[in-house]
Design a binder for this molecule. Sequence first.
Ligand code: XMP
Ligand code: MG
Length: 179
Amino acid sequence: MLHPDIKEVLYSEEYIKEVVKGLGSQLTEAYEGKNPLVICVLKGAVMFMTDLTRAMACDLELDFMDVSSYGAGMESSGEVKILKDLDTSVEGRHLVIVEDIIDTGRTLNSLIELFKYRKAASIQIVTLLDKKERRVVDLQADYIGVNVPDEFVVGYGLDFNEKYRNLPYIGVLKKEVYE
Ligand code: XMP
Ligand code: MG
């Protein structure tokens, strides 16, 4: 049943499953024997990370990081504040950063700088959704699920005011909900 606040489903549960399965096999091949540290950027990437890592057949470890960008409003400012740091040292580790969506690219840009400074052996980015037209910094994900149009999307981890994360599909919110 479609949630009454959703205008349109962009990606169905079945479609997301197929996309995640595909990314999982690519990552399995790339990281076989490397025991990567898979880093989930909370909270939006939680659903994606749990499904993605179950689609990866190689050995790996999981960790979580929660960051918020400084500055008010919907735009991220570029500087990130660490709300929850990793438990694991990244020094010498192969990192796979898992994101739900890349928008301006600023959040990930700062994370990459941080992990370079902490001497990670390698850093790759997997994002389920990529909003390329919104990018303000030069940042490319290594693995992209789907390119998404510039609309505010929710579901499968993505929220509006902490709501809708549990929807099994990704959809566009009705305008009257956020205006
Ligand atoms: P950057 O730094 O790339 O930030 O601008 C990416 C973060 O912005 C949030 N974001 C969204 N969240 N629906 C959401 O629920 C969207 O359409 C959307 N666009 C950007 C999200 O938190 C992501 O991690
Ligand atoms: Mg996020």
